[in-house]
Design a protein around this ligand. Structure first.
Ligand SMILES: [Zn+2]
Length: 211
């Protein structure tokens, strides 16, 4: 397509999910926040590793097991290196491990705030079609319609209307895609041929560059 503005949005949630755990310090169920620190315990060839959380009320720690009595030789070398060097990128990814958190807690709070980086992949003069490719490196508790509404400054009603008229399509065939969580691989295509101010108002919002 030569009449297209194609952008990539990389959306990263700011705050890791917080599990609710029975706190041994202040009593009762409390939200715990990742401290982004790992605790290791080596016992011969066996290794234990925990991600340390802190109670938001009293600071009491809770250690979330990552490995328990795991033979060092069975641990992937890159993971071992990350654990031993307290690799913040690895730890952060682990702090967003919702499946692991769900095994330890019935209630997990997720946060809607995110950072977004925009890249222009292709831009042709006189474009009439906007394509947005989403990259979501960490699980984000953000609905597609909320993301588009906030970043393109549209009401969710208008988004829904564009979707129903076939002017807004996605790479998914789910009818409720707009209400679902964003993830890598989702593409949004918006036909703006009938929108006169597309280059002035939609362009800068999509690309993040004022003009
Ligand atoms: Zn507490």
């Amino acid at each position: 397509m030569c009449d297209t503005l194609r952008v990539r949005w990389t959306v990263t949630p700011k705050t890791a999910p917080q599990p609710w755990i029975a706190c041994g310090g202040c009593g009762g169920l409390r939200a715990f926040q990742s401290s982004d620190k790992i605790r290791l315990n080596a016992n011969g060839r066996k290794l234990d590793a925990w991600l340390i959380y802190k109670c938001l009320t009293c600071d009491k720690t809770w250690n979330r097991p990552l490995f328990e009595r795991q033979n060092v030789r069975d641990i992937d070398p890159a993971t071992l290196e990350a654990l031993q060097s307290n690799d913040i990128r690895w730890i952060r990814t682990e702090s967003f491990n919702l499946d692991a958190l769900k095994r330890k807690s019935q209630r997990i709070d997720e946060f809607p705030e995110f950072d977004i980086a925009r890249e222009v992949l292709r831009e042709t003069a006189g474009w009439t079609r906007l394509e947005i490719e989403l990259v979501v490196p960490l699980p984000a508790g953000i609905r597609l319609d909320r993301l588009l509404a906030s970043e393109l400054r549209l009401s969710r009603t208008r988004l829904q209307m564009l979707h129903e008229r076939g002017l807004l399509g996605t790479s998914s065939d789910r009818a409720d895609i707009l209400r679902r969580r964003i993830r890598t691989g989702i593409e949004v295509v918006i036909d703006l041929a009938t929108v006169a101010d597309r280059e002035l108002s939609w362009g800068p919002l999509a690309t993040g560059s004022p003009r």
